[in-house]
Design a protein. Structure first.
Lengths: 205, 744, 283
């Protein structure tokens, strides 16, 4: 047993665990934070993704002791931290996942949303390709991913204050010309924002 | 207005009559005779008048899921709980040579060691012992302390070894099962001889894993006494509870099965299973709650799978491309189980046909139902041979399908799907392309169907409270497909309320009779029962209001602007109307009704791929799906289901398949590191279309059909791109090069 | 199991002084945590160096670019000096797992684990990297090919710590390429990985390949042919010869030996072809 002092979702928590325990084991079996899911225990599925100093890491491959002194964010902390930072209600990523139906069984979602949050923190207007890349460590067996990508794009569009490109599930109801026009406008807004960001300081690290 | 509290009785049970129907039991389609109530058939409102249903509705459990608060079985913690872990047979067949029980019991924290197989194991991954301890860590230490030793006994884990003369027997009986035959062999062979073009080939599909993100498992909360609660990751809460009651020696009604949220099942989670059985035994022994979840390796080895198949098909057509005959000889690879394979010809008419199907048994876990059991295998054989025939006869790949499809719906779907994928502009419509560039583009097609009827036993209850709140309840579980959400949405539609005003309760065996959620039966079971309960509740509410307001019961209408009566101009707000109810509110129980469901869902898909003939790498660029769904309850959820099915098929096409080392008796890919399910970088552009030309106004399950034809379409597209005909899934780069003759 | 959390190189070396063959160093933990979970490893001593800040740096020196062994793949991806001086390493780092793994997996860990399928190691081979080792007994430096000795085996003694690698300055006019063929992009262990550097007219070629033998290796036969001024027309033949002679691929769960040979050949021909002169122009 070894004493541990972890900063999780802004709180300092003290506990003790065997020296070789991972952060996931400590979160789930010591701290009662079961939002981080246990899907494979060896770094293959991404369901246990947490943020360590804002960067996505796999809690199942992170020795708990090495997480000491770092700011850990789990899914339970996403909304409280958003509110503490002056936001209103859930993190925009959470809201977008909900509204886009970007989940079915929901087991992969905590990790998926934290990967998305980390992406948007370092790159506020990612392309579809960058979204795919950022989520490529999180497996989902239910949804076929498309509505997940669309959810991240919705969160991006809303933060830019533009209408998102038509989602695949909306296209069927739209006139082709109308859908194309909306897609064009969204792409232009995204490109303009990206240009601004690339020029700005600290837009990407 | 003053009102005398008054109970609202249910109607007397109406007379019953018997009807024949196809039902899906634990994922398998079966013909049964059922009793249905002889009542006037209920009807869904016309589509144009729907306010909530057939729209895009966010899930009612979305907020709890995105916040991480949703509790899965793995997350359940109850006081005094012990943690259990399994020791599995590391070999397909072995003698248990040593098991140091004393050492395991001596490990600090270990409270129980249960030996479930002392002598001989008969399949890879068969549980041998269970260790329960105060902590998960101690349970693991206990497993290691057992220092189990196994002496190998002869086994068979592949087809060739299993059918060889003198092969080690798998259980009792022959390794090769009795032939299941269908059709007239002489006629079929004569038709083949007379056909203008004929082809013959052997196709193989591997064992595929369900790969649910949440593994199987249970928390049995039993502390002695007469009652227990079982929290289970299951597709059948009531069945699970009943089985657990038997094991715990308790009355069936005294064990409550709870599944608040579950992380996917896809057909693998119907029963109590070994882990449920052992958890119950240990709980009974210790009179303490037990937490037993499989780890990922155990999930791969012992929780079932989609059976593999090897099939040799010969098919012929006339000069116009009409199929004249088809003969199929197939073997199913379902481990200790029988496996499943749908009929061939699959979804097409074939003049005369004959098939001979046998199962080959091996020392591996028994296959289970998996999303459209038997269909993807049959589809791969059928769509492949159809393409080979078309090329041999120089016919257009879409045209040969239009000509032979067994239902006109597919013809209309093929036309639309071909348009969406760009078939008319595609250069290789009657001959495959050549491997003459770094990126060869190809297109392939496939069609599918699924019966998808509901269960006549399903019931639901609706409660309207005096404060205006509404609760809908059914014991069925939500696997993530959105059951909770459409239960609420149906009530919202019926009472003219916002969806958020309705609470849906499910996943609890004590609620009205649900259904085992597999084979796309949940929606056509639960939705009619909920709709019927709502209709009855509206009737009872109207009867009550008739008394209160002195109006005829028939004239009441419930809508978004409140309750109105045909003979009145003013409206009564919903909350006001509910305020007139007695203190206990109003409740009504509904039953499944045939008239509210529809059966037979057809689906057509196309895939466009890019193949690099240098490395053999395949990238899927675009997939199109057009699917009948009957009345869509929630289009957003239906599309998610369809896309999920398409991507599971993509996995089956390109990456998934159990790999065994026959000599060592090991599964080489019992992890997500080596068993590749698709991830974000592999997802093609997806065009997902609900077939709105299907105007049947009944609900249907939609989950199975989209998982069927995608793998066939991708395989055909690979061949169409560059001429690499890979007849064995998954289509890995080495097989593509082999098919192109680029490796020797 | 004894666990020592080192906060400095000195502390790590002191702890390692008593290390045995069964001891392990833990940096990012992406390999070792898996072994803990499976119960495969119960080392007598674990020295954690994940928080030794002195091991996490990139600096340009006289000898070339020096990169601390504790640098994560994400560090390599974000470093401008790495992008300039050790581009192959950045390209390789992008292929290690997905983002979450890149944030933890370290250069030193990839090197010391010495998996034949490692992504960073072939890049280090092609860059001509030198490995700096330290122990209480002193410091030494090895060429990366001397450091990796076999299947998951290295020349590191139990008491030694890999401190850094040094990438020599890039020679003028050197072509470089990195190519990985996996089951798919990201979260996929390689079937074949190629990293190479090639001077004008084939001079100083370093052609490294992973997943085609029990360890990462250089295709010496091909390098020699290139140094002799191999003409474009003869490339395919020379590559086939070299692959047959220099590699020892095996069938495994990810692929077959014949596939690995075929694809290694094709990738080399594709990558090298454009840089070679046609017959008449060759030396």
């Amino acid at each position: 047993m070894r004493p541990l002092r972890l900063t999780v979702n802004g709180d300092t928590l003290e506990t003790a665990a065997p020296a070789h325990w991972t952060l996931l084991e400590v979160l789930r079996y010591r701290l009662g934070l079961t939002g981080s899911k246990q899907g494979c225990d060896k770094g293959d599925c991404g369901a246990c993704t947490v943020l360590v100093d804002g960067r996505p890491q796999l809690a199942c491959l992170t020795l708990a002791a090495l997480a000491e002194g770092h700011a850990i964010t789990t899914i339970e902390g996403l909304m409280p931290l958003h509110v503490a930072a002056g936001g209103d209600g859930p993190d925009p990523v959470q809201g977008a996942f909900d509204r886009c139906g970007a989940l079915q069984c929901g087991f992969c979602q905590p990790g998926m949303m934290l990967s998305a949050r980390a992406l948007l923190n370092r790159n506020p207007c990612p392309t579809r390709g960058e979204i795919r890349e950022a989520l490529s460590g999180n497996l989902c067996r239910c949804t076929g991913y498309t509505q997940i990508f669309e959810a991240v794009e919705l969160a991006v569009a809303e933060s830019l204050g533009v209408a998102p490109a038509p989602r695949a599930w909306e296209e069927q109801r739209m006139k082709p010309a109308e859908a194309q026009e909306q897609a064009r406008r969204a792409a232009a807004a995204l490109a303009a924002a990206r240009e601004r960001n690339d020029g700005g300081p600290g837009a990407r690290s | 207005m003053k009102l005398e509290p008054r109970a609202v009785p249910l109607q007397d049970a109406p007379p019953k009559r018997k009807v024949k129907t196809t039902q899906v039991v634990n994922g398998i389609e079966t013909e049964v005779e059922i009793e249905v109530e002889d009542v006037p058939a209920g009807q869904w409102p016309p589509r144009a008048s729907l306010r909530v249903l057939n729209h895009d509705i966010p899930r009612v459990d979305g907020p709890v899921k995105v916040s991480g608060a949703a509790r899965y079985t793995h997350d359940v913690r109850v006081p005094g709980m012990v943690w259990a872990r399994l020791l599995l047979s590391p070999l397909p067949r072995a003698r248990v040579a040593a098991l140091d029980l004393e050492a395991a019991r001596a490990v600090p924290g270990v409270v129980h060691v249960l030996v479930v197989e002392r002598e001989e194991t008969g399949w890879l991954g068969q549980p041998v012992a269970v260790v329960a301890a105060e902590t998960l860590e101690a349970a693991g230490d206990g497993l290691r302390a057992l220092a189990a030793r196994f002496e190998p006994l002869p086994w068979v884990v592949d087809h060739a070894a299993a059918v060889r003369e003198g092969a080690p027997a798998v259980g009792r009986g022959a390794n090769v099962g009795r032939p299941e035959t269908d059709g007239d062999e002489a006629r079929a062979r004569a038709a083949l001889s007379a056909s203008a073009t004929r082809v013959r080939a052997t196709y193989t599909v591997p064992v595929q894993h369900h790969a649910s993100l949440e593994t199987h498992g249970v928390v049995v909360d039993y502390r002695g006494g007469e009652d227990a609660v079982v929290y289970c990751s299951t597709q059948y809460a009531q069945g699970f509870a009943a089985e657990a009651a038997k094991e715990l020696g308790l009355k069936a009604g005294n064990v409550r099965g709870v599944v608040e949220h579950m992380g996917g099942g896809f057909g693998s989670k119907f029963g109590l299973d070994a882990q449920g059985l052992y958890a119950c035994r240990i709980a009974k022994e210790l009179k303490r709650p037990v937490h037993l979840m499989l780890d990922r390796r155990a999930e791969f080895l012992m929780s079932g799978n989609r059976s593999g198949t090897s099939m040799t098909i010969e098919a012929g057509c006339d000069a116009q491309g009409s199929l004249t005959g088809l003969v199929a000889e197939a073997w199913k690879h379902g481990g200790l189980g029988r496996g499943s394979l749908s009929g061939l010809p699959y979804c097409y008419k074939a003049g005369a046909h004959f098939r001979d199907v046998r199962s080959v048994r091996m020392h591996l876990d028994a296959s289970r139902a998996m999303r459209a059991p038997g269909h993807p295998q049959a589809s791969f054989g059928m769509e492949s041979i159809l393409d080979e025939l078309a090329y041999a006869a120089g016919l257009d790949l879409v045209e040969i399908r239009r000509r032979n499809a067994a239902h006109p719906a597919w013809v209309r779907q093929l036309d639309r799907v071909a348009r969406e994928i760009g078939w008319d502009q595609h250069p290789h419509r009657t001959q495959p392309g050549k491997p003459d560039r770094e990126e060869c583009i190809g297109i392939g097609f496939g069609i599918s169907n699924w019966g998808s009827g509901g269960s006549s036993d399903c019931e639901a209850e609706v409660r309207i409270e005096k404060d205006g709140s509404v609760v809908v309840a059914c014991a069925a579980q939500d696997l993530g497909t959105g059951t909770r959400m459409y239960m609420a949405a149906i009530a919202a539609e019926e009472f003219g309320l916002p969806v958020a005003a309705v609470t849906a309760r499910l996943g609890d065996s004590r609620l009205p009779t649900g259904v085992a959620s597999g084979g796309s039966v949940t929606t056509p079971s639960v939705a009619p029962a909920v709709k019927d309960a709502c209709t009855r509740a509206r009737g009872a509410f109207a009867a009550h209001l008739a008394q209160v307001l002195g109006r005829s019961a028939e004239g009441f209408r419930f809508g978004p602007d409140g309750v109105r009566h045909d003979g009145m101009t003013e409206r009564l707000a919903w909350s006001k109307a509910c305020g007139t109810l007695p203190a206990e509110g109003l409740s009504a129980r509904g039953k499944w009704q045939e008239s509210l469901q529809t059966r037979g869902v057809r689906c057509t898909q196309a895939a466009q791929v890019a193949v690099d003939p240098g490395t053999g790498r395949v990238r899927v660029l675009h997939m199109v799906c057009l699917q009948e769904v009957g009345l869509a309850l929630n289009r957003l959820a239906v599309k998610s289901q369809i896309q999920g099915g398409m991507i599971q098929a993509l996995g089956y096409a390109l990456g998934e398949g159990r790999q065994l080392d026959s000599a060592l008796g090991l599964q080489l890919n019992a992890s997500f590191e080596e068993y590749k399910i698709p991830h974000a970088l592999e997802i093609p552009r997806m065009t997902t279309l609900i077939d709105d030309d299907d105007t049947r106004n009944g609900v249907a399950g939609v989950g199975e059909p989209p998982a069927i034809p995608g793998a066939s379409a991708i395989a055909n597209a690979v061949h169409n791109a560059c001429g690499a005909r890979v007849r064995e899934l998954p289509i890995t780069p080495d097989k593509v090069l082999l098919a192109l003759g680029k490796v020797v | 199991m004894r666990v020592v959390v080192a906060r400095s190189i000195d502390a790590a070396l002191a702890a390692l002084a008593s290390a045995t063959e069964a001891s392990r160093i833990l940096a990012g933990g992406t390999d070792l945590c898996v072994e803990f979970e499976s119960g495969r490893t119960r080392p007598d001593l674990v020295v954690e160096v994940g928080r030794v800040a002195e091991l996490r740096f990139v600096r340009e020196t006289q000898a070339g670019l020096e990169i601390g062994a504790g640098s994560t793949c994400a560090d390599l991806l974000r470093s401008a000096p790495v992008a300039r001086g050790a581009d192959l390493l950045a390209l390789a780092a992008r292929e290690v797992g997905a983002v979450q793994i890149q944030n933890r997996a370290t250069l030193g860990g990839n090197l010391v684990t010495a998996s034949p399928a490692a992504d960073l190691v072939p890049a280090l081979f092609a860059l001509g990297a030198r490995v700096r080792l330290a122990s209480l007994a002193g410091r030494r430096e090895l060429l990366v090919e001397e450091f990796v000795t076999g299947y998951r085996a290295t020349a590191r003694r139990p008491d030694e710590l890999v401190e850094s690698v040094v990438i020599p300055p890039r020679p003028a006019g050197e072509h470089r390429a990195f190519h990985k063929v996996g089951t798919r992009r990201a979260q996929s262990i390689s079937k074949v990985v190629v990293a190479l550097a090639l001077g004008p007219r084939g001079a100083g070629a370093r052609i490294a390949a992973g997943s085609v033998a029990e360890r990462t290796l250089r295709l010496a036969t091909l390098e020699a042919a290139l140094a002799r001024g191999l003409a474009r027309e003869r490339l395919a033949q020379a590559v086939a010869h070299a692959v047959a002679l220099d590699t020892r691929p095996r069938d495994d769960v990810r692929s077959t030996a014949r596939y690995r040979r075929a694809v290694l050949e094709r990738v080399l021909v594709r990558v090298l072809g454009p840089w070679l002169e046609p017959e008449g122009n060759a030396a």
